[in-house]
Design a protein around this ligand. Structure first.
Ligand code: OSB
Ligand code: MG
Length: 373
């Protein structure tokens, strides 16, 4: 079934987090999210651009994504027929970088295709390996160790299967030791978001004593070779996040031994087609993957849930209940986590959860409709 994109609407949402979220690159209080609505024959498909408010996780941010979508990604696609959503990414392949902006549009087209066909998105992408997604939770850097321990206790009691804590120089070995003293047997991992250098190798080796499931992206966002050297020196598995922007990067990282686990983020790799390719490379090489998160609204969260039904997503990921992030979200009902620490998938066409259009309008600060000229 060919898809002809009639128009595309960009929505800029401003959503306040329940609690600030701090990583090694900064603190976020309010998310500025771009949603992409792709319309064909009166049916809308929805995608989310997962970049941050500032170019600190990678080079993208809300404003860059808006401009890229408006000036480069959407115009060539308007009024054009695509054989399927799988062909949409190739149409913007000439753009260097900006994969989160490209991925927001690409994901909207997959959601649109699923709705036009009346099938759930997880089915369209070839997922469905499980009906329940194993969930972990990502806990930011806190003002005190006591606060961190309280948060971890709350989420462990809620049933989350693994805890990820953010680390940075000055908030690492000593803090993890406290966490381990309090919670000796939980599945625990640490995410550094590129805060260290290879010269920190002796310091990072001290993490080996804590039995972490993995350490995520310790070194620079674009540095695969040093990660390979670090991995040779560490017992703890390295998981790459920022470094893996394509299936080709996954191949290189695995070939060099730079990681034993990969975090796949839909936006970071430019959408579903590339995410499926990264998943395939990892699967063929015996590397388990899990779904990363970028503090998404319900729309992006549901896309991640669909992705996590692919067979090799065997580790609990950063997909957690909406209440952890938002007072009110733009989907209704909310995504909930079972006492088993899982999310049950749904069979509605598209991403599976109904949009709350009233709330969408309430948090929208800018809207623009792009039509063929
Ligand atoms: O590196 O995984 C990351 C949030 C913002 C930017 C980068 C990261 C994160 C998270 C949050 O860890 C994951 C989530 O959405 O639950
Ligand atoms: Mg990460």
């Amino acid at each position: 079934m060919a898809i002809r994109i009639d128009e595309v609407r960009l929505h800029h949402l401003r959503m306040e987090l329940v609690h600030f979220f701090e990583t090694s690159f900064g603190r976020t209080y309010t998310r500025e999210i771009v949603l992409v609505e792709a319309v064909a024959g009166g049916v809308s498909g929805w995608g989310e651009v997962t970049c941050g408010e500032h170019p600190f996780y990678n080079e993208e941010w809300t404003e860059s994504a808006w401009l890229l979508l408006k000036n480069y990604i959407v115009p060539p696609a308007l009024g054009r027929e695509f054989e399927s959503a799988a062909m949409v990414g190739a149409a913007s392949a000439g753009i260097k970088g900006h994969k989160m902006a490209r991925g927001g549009f690409e994901a909207a087209c997959w959601d649109l295709e699923a709705r036009l066909k009346g099938v759930p998105l997880w089915k369209l992408i070839g997922g469905g390996a499980r009906r329940e997604i194993p969930c972990g939770v990502s806990i930011g850097i806190q003002d005190s160790v006591r606060q961190l321990l309280e948060k971890i206790r709350r989420e462990v009691e809620a049933g989350y299967q693994r805890i990820k804590m953010k680390i940075k120089p000055g908030w690492d070995v000593d803090v993890i030791r406290e966490v381990r003293r309090e919670f000796p047997s939980i599945l625990l991992m640490a995410d550094a978001n590129s805060a260290y250098r290879l010269s920190d190798i002796e310091h990072l080796r001290r993490l080996d004593e804590f039995g972490l499931m993995m350490i995520e992206q310790p070194l620079a966002h674009d540095e695969i070779i040093d990660h390979a050297e670090l991995q040779r020196a560490l017992a703890t598995p390295i998981c790459l996040d920022e470094c893996i922007r394509s299936a080709h990067h996954a191949e290189q990282a695995i070939r060099l031994g730079a990681c034993r686990i990969i975090n796949i983020k839909l936006g970071r790799v430019g959408g579903f087609t590339e995410a499926i390719a990264v998943h395939g490379v990892a699967q063929r090489n015996g590397i388990p993957v899990w779904p990363g998160g970028m503090l998404e609204s319900g729309v992006g969260r549901c896309h991640n849930i669909a992705m996590a039904t692919l067979a090799n997503f065997t580790l609990p990921g950063d997909i957690s209940a909406i209440r952890i992030y938002w007072k009110r979200d733009i989907i209704d009902p909310w995504v909930e986590v079972t006492p088993r620490g899982t999310i049950e998938i749904r069979d509605d066409p598209g991403f599976g959860w109904p949009l709350d259009r009233e709330q969408l309008a309430a948090v929208r600060v800018r809207e623009e409709t792009l039509r063929p000229r």
